[in-house]
Design a protein around this ligand. Structure first.
Ligand SMILES: Nc1ncnc2c1ncn2[C@@H]1O[C@H](COP(=O)(O)OP(=O)(O)O)[C@@H](O)[C@H]1O
Ligand SMILES: [Mg+2]
Length: 256
């Protein structure tokens, strides 16, 4: 039997703080099926990053259960890849050296990892920059290098926390298209956190909407737009309708 790639059941998370506690998440139930792309959309501070950290095994829930491929998670695991807003590349290593970092930490076969790094640099369009240094790359190119590094150990589940939020609008749109292409060629399961409605609708099979803190999932919208999606998708009436529905929902229910 195949398990969902990610499953949260009745998950709550309360942070202890100096002046009491902060309830970040409550009653979270979600599933990401194998090969599915799920976008998690919610206002700032609603607990999106907290939920991602739980899925990554970087935090343990206060209540409820989180499972990856049917297994409870106690710590970060190589079957899961994580990308944050900033790629934090090591400035003294080449782009290829950065992509190869997980091979060293995880003790992967060097020759095979080298071949895989070259394949991934090609996939993210950075072959020509393999021997350059991160500071020679634009923000968008650095984020691509971060994506290649995440893919090096061939994780099954990708957790992405607003990976394009620090980029300018044009790079962001371009990288959104690129991510879809990369995902199409790799067929991973993805949980993608964003506060951009167009980004969520463009990329996802399903959009989950979170309430303000303490975050819970308050709406789900299936996006049946055909793939591969292209720039034309932004003008597709089904795209426009889905984005509008989400925007109206936020305006009516979720403004604090
Ligand atoms: N380590 C922490 N300790 C205490 N409170 C935290 C911590 N991390 C986040 N929070 C609080 O939890 C809530 C959710 O944060 P976060 O998950 O980062 O939201 P989002 O990613 O949706 O903006 C916020 O109120 C934030 O201040
Ligand atoms: Mg966040």
């Amino acid at each position: 039997m195949s398990h969902p790639a990610l499953e949260a059941a009745g998950v709550g998370l309360t942070y202890p703080t100096r002046r009491g506690s902060t309830e970040a998440l409550t009653g979270i139930d979600l599933r990401v099926e194998q090969g599915e792309f799920v976008a998690l959309l919610g206002p700032s501070g609603c607990g999106k990053s907290t939920l991602l950290r739980l899925a990554a095994g970087l935090l343990a829930p206060t209540s409820g259960k989180v499972r990856v491929a049917g297994q409870p998670i106690a710590r970060p695991d190589r079957r899961t890849g994580v990308v944050f807003q900033k790629p934090n590349l090591l400035p003294w290593k080449t782009v290829r050296g950065n992509v190869l970092m997980p091979a060293r930490t995880l003790g992967l076969d060097p020759a095979e990892s080298g071949r895989r790094a070259d394949m991934l640099l090609e996939l993210v369009g950075l072959s020509a920059f393999a021997n350059g240094y991160p500071q020679e790359l634009s923000g968008g190119m650095q984020q691509r290098a971060g994506i290649a590094r995440m893919l090096l150990p061939d994780p099954e589940l990708l957790l992405m926390d607003e990976p394009f939020a620090a980029l300018d609008a044009l790079s962001r749109e371009h990288l959104t298209l690129e991510l879809q292409r990369i995902w199409g060629s790799q067929r991973k399961s993805v949980l993608f956190v964003t506060h951009s409605i167009p980004e969520a609708v463009f990329l996802a099979d399903r959009v989950l909407v979170m309430s303000p803190r303490p975050g819970s999932i308050v709406q789900e919208l299936r996006i049946d737009l055909p793939r591969p999606r292209s720039l034309d998708t932004f003008d597709n009436p089904a795209f426009v309708a889905a984005a509008r529905q989400l925007r109206e929902y936020f305006n009516e229910n979720l403004t604090q």
